[in-house]
Write a protein that binds this ligand. Structure first.
Ligand SMILES: NC(=O)c1ccc[n+]([C@@H]2O[C@H](COP(=O)([O-])OP(=O)(O)OC[C@H]3O[C@@H](n4cnc5c(N)ncnc54)[C@H](O)[C@@H]3O)[C@@H](O)[C@H]2O)c1
Length: 269
């Protein structure tokens, strides 16, 4: 997600600092962006000059201190509350007091992430969808403490980057995941209940319900680990049994079948 969001930012014309935990991972992120932009040139979606200019706006670092002058920071580290809280405490110390600090969390509480900062008013959620350069929606999440200026700035940034932002409060799962996570979990349970193959489930939902992509392919794209995490977070907050991660997904995660990113999930890649 970090690379995808960085791509959105450089394509929107912003000088962008991409921070990874190692130089190797940073370079991998840059290579991903380069690959997508080059494919865009081949397909005539942008010119070679635009591609070069976009790549030229990206600087890589492993040091969080290099984000000191950023007006907007969009965090996309692992979906773990303690990790995000630590990162926000650091960002709060490092950045200018009027910088907007946004989290791309899928299902954690933005308010709980903001608690470790001394300026929680400038913390908002900016929830992109995967792949970030392709999917237009960005949920702009407001906590009870978010300042109007910060929410408006995040909304305006997303809109100027060609996205379709929508505002919502900091409730579990926000809009799409609150609805989609239990629904995807239902689909996985039906695989076992009705003895359906993943490819047939996807065939059923694309042809019968008009979904643009089948649920198994979608979970593979999201990442089994990310989806299990999000299910646990939603279940923990709202308690509906449908929100709990199905046994089958937990098993896949334990086996390292994390979907597309690991080369195997419901499908092999
Ligand atoms: N995958 C999706 O479909 C999706 C969609 C929307 C939002 N999100 C959210 O985006 C965030 C990242 O998800 P992802 O799918 O890109 O996960 P990922 O596992 O692909 O990437 C996690 C990132 O966190 C970094 N990281 C790991 N340990 C770290 C540490 N100690 N300090 C700082 N960074 C560390 C990794 O280097 C990597 O860049 C999560 O909050 C997730 O909920 C994911």
């Amino acid at each position: 997600m970090g690379a995808g969001i960085a791509q959105v930012s450089v394509q929107a014309g912003h000088q962008t600092v991409g921070r990874e935990t190692s130089e190797e991972l940073g370079e991998r992120g840059r290579a991903t962006i380069e690959r997508y932009l080059t494919r865009g040139v081949e397909k005539g979606r942008l010119t070679q000059d635009e591609c070069d200019a976009a790549l030229g706006r990206l600087t890589l670092t492993t040091d969080l201190d290099d984000l000191a002058d950023c007006d907007l920071v969009i965090e996309a580290v692992l979906e773990e509350l303690d990790l995000k809280r630590d990162v926000f405490a650091e960002l709060d110390r490092i950045t200018q007091p009027d910088a907007v600090l946004a989290t791309n969390t899928s299902a954690l509480s933005v308010s709980e992430i903001a608690e470790t900062t001394s300026h929680p008013g400038r913390v908002v959620g900016m929830h992109f969808f995967n792949p970030a350069p392709v999917l237009p929606l960005v949920e702009i999440v407001r906590t009870q403490q978010s300042a109007d200026d910060a929410v408006d700035a995040a909304y305006a940034w997303a809109e100027s980057a060609g996205k379709q932002p929508v505002r919502c409060n900091d409730t579990p799962g926000f809009i799409v995941n609150r609805i989609l996570i239990p629904l995807l979990n239902d689909c996985v349970r039906v695989l076992d209940e009705a003895d359906v193959r993943p490819e047939d489930m996807d065939k059923a939902m694309t042809n019968g319900a008009g979904w643009p992509m089948g649920p198994c392919a979608l979970i593979d794209l999201i990442g089994i680990d990310v989806h299990v995490h999000a299910s646990e977070a939603l279940h923990g907050k709202l308690g509906e049994p449908r929100m709990a991660a199905p046994e089958r997904l937990v098993r896949m995660q334990q086996e390292g079948k994390l979907g597309r990113k690991s080369g195997a999930g419901f499908y092999t890649y």
